[in-house]
Design a binder for this molecule. Sequence first.
Ligand code: PMP
Length: 345
Amino acid sequence: MTIEQVQQLIRPNILALKPYSTARDEYKGNIGIYLDANENPFENGYNRYPSTTLKAQVRSTIAQKKDVNPARLFLGNGSDEAIDLLFRIFCRPGVDNVISIAPTYGMYSVCAAINDIEYREVMLGQEFSLPVDELLGAADAQSKLLFVCSPNNPTANAFPYEQLITLVKQFPGIVVVDEAYIDFSSEPSMVELIDEYPNLIVLQTLSKAYGLAGLRMGIAFAHECIISVFEQVKYPYNIGADTLALAQRLLDVDITSQVQTIIAERERVAAALRELPYVIKVYPSDANFLLVKTERSRELYEYLIARELIVRDRTHTPGCESTLRITIGMPEENDRLIAELRARD
Ligand code: PMP
């Protein structure tokens, strides 16, 4: 798809938008007497709106880490903000539709409902395989977005790179690949393809492998013709001052060994759960959680809750009935989980 075709997917009112701009965006200096934003001048560390310079620094730190041009990434208040912005940028309420795999991350359908957008779900195939032809077949002229979460939440598997590329090449709208769990995966990220395919948007987050869920920072990687629209539609100062300062500091921490430990623990816990007589299946995982099939999912969920072990009950989720989704914790937490489940016959 060409850049011009991508631009035609943007809602006309968004293309015509005269965005809100702040004097801080316009003033490029570092120091000055700030009488522009109706702040309280008495210093307490938080009396000023977040620094746009610091935001640019965080953006360039992430760009360096990910080997991407800073103009090709948007920082959101969690990747949930980027998901909502996608609807507001591309989808006309009551007119357009989006397509998604199912089961998958719940916020795509919630954001679709909030924005009054038809949500077309295509069930995953055998062993949670990607239904490439069905996804393409579900599209029509009003299909603006296709959501593919890879590795997928809650099924835990990553989809083959080649299949994702086929979707990007053939889908007539924007393909959003949500890579929240990519750092735990054996499949490569698609970020490096954003230059080649202007209709590809890759979402990542600092909430998972980077261990910064409390900060609320997510990233959308895309061609700058899309990123510039994200920047116009977002709220002014969408990322708080603390979040920016902490992100800048904590992004330096090397997460490699933590990720390796989580992956090793994932395989250890999976092996232990497979031994349990009532476990039907532990699905292969490319993420930091396991999806476990057992006919006793609801009962086990309540049993674990009573022991202050909280997992996610997916018993009634179409496509993954009778399952629990279990996040990999610290080794001793995983030991507790295994011990409690072993004690339950
Ligand atoms: N995408 C997926 C697939 C997720 O599982 C989650 C959170 N569970 C998110 C996005 C949202 O992440 P964030 O914390 O960046 O908003």
